[in-house]
Each structure stands twice: as C-alpha cells, then as structure tokens.
Write a protein that binds this ligand. Sequence first.
Ligand SMILES: [Zn+2]
Length: 252
Amino acid sequence: MCGDDTKPLTREHALPTWTAGRIPGDGPWTVRLGEGNNAPDGQREDAKLSVVTRTLCDECRSVLNDLEEWAQRNLGQMMDASTDRPIAATPRAQRYAASWAVKTVMMVDLCVPTSVVPQGVRERFFRERAPSDDALVWWAALSDMEPAYWFRRRLITFEQGHSAVYAGLKVGHLGFVVAVRLSEASLELVRLGRMLDGFQPIHGPTLPHAAWPPEARLIDFRQFDDELNTMFAARVQPNGVEPGDAADGSAQ
Ligand SMILES: [Zn+2]
C-alpha cells in the first residue's frame, strides 16, 4: 500500500472480518466476481467472509488498525441499522468514515481482477492518513440487505480527457460512493455527485454537520446501483472510446 516494496508484506482482509458480524444470518457466503456489466465470471461458496490481499507492511497495518477500531465502534451500528434513532455524525466522524471508505475501496480494488486505483493514490493515502483533496466521498443508508456486500469501481474519462476513479461500496445498510480525480476536473466530480439522490457528502468541498441516515431516509439498493451506473455512463469520451479498464466485483 505505501509503495515500499522492500518491506515484508502480510495478508490482510480487504473486507474486515468484524463487518461479517454486522450482517444477519448464518451459513456460507456466496461470492460472485464479475467484469464490466457481464454476468459474474464465477461464483463460490465460502464458509467465512474471506476477501484477502497481501499488500500491507507493518506500518501500513498499524495505520489501518487504528482506523478499523474506530470504524468498528462507530460504523457498525450503521451497517446493521440496529438503531431506530438518527446517529449524529460530526465533521470529525465524517472524516474518519470517509477515510475508512477510501481505504476499503483501495483494498477491495486489489482483490478483484484489474485494479484501477493508481499506486500513487494509495501511497498518498498512507502518507497523509486521510483522503486527499482530490477525493470526494458520499454515504447513504440502504434499505435492503441484498447483497450483503457489493463493490464496483471504474476508471472514467471526462470529455476533456481528464480522468477519475469512481467506486461504490455497500456493507450491510451502509453505502459509500468514492470518487478520486486523477487530473483536473473536480467540478465534474461535484456535478456527478449531485446526481446521487439521498446521498450525503462526507468528504469534499462542502461538509455540513449531519446525522445518519442522510436526510433521515433509506434508499433502495437498486437505486444505488442504478445511480452509480448512470454516473459511469454519463461522462465518457464523445468518440465512444471506453474509458479505460472497467471491472466489477460483487460479494454477497
Ligand atoms: Zn506499507
């Protein structure tokens, strides 16, 4: 993650094992991985939630451990929606939540075929221990539980030739959209973010004090999926060139 390839690297769960405890039900996990918008390439049953990448040195691991402990204390109740009262989310909590979303997107991106997050983005995150100003993060409260986990990301290119990584991540009832611009065009990202109905920005130019669920409402997972697809489709180069690598992964 930090880019220092002289250090020994260890295995780490990209989807933290504690999150499995926030998902109701028991029995094996059904894992589906797919590319693009095609049907899943494969499906397997796992006894445990196991999405693992070997990319962390001890130093990266300690950065992540601190973030994970915070997330377990604060995001767990959002994932399982165990509260029927709004949860206050201070600007500090939103910053931590955004950090957790960005690091989880980067980790899962390394576990599914064809990583699209540039190494420079990962290195900067671990140097600054927070999402950079180039990143925008939104969150949403999702109403249903299917699938329990879901992940999709894409490298998209704007008409002017600028590019960005967009990703959607769902853990139980908690949904995130992460956008990282790789060149100029931050206005494009903000504009695309406005298409996300029912989402709350938690990292970016505007950071209002907020409560969770955003706007006190749940949105349907299909709406989440549709809006992300619309965003992916909205800004491709006019000559029809596909904007770089496209990859999907979903775990249920
Ligand atoms: Zn490292």
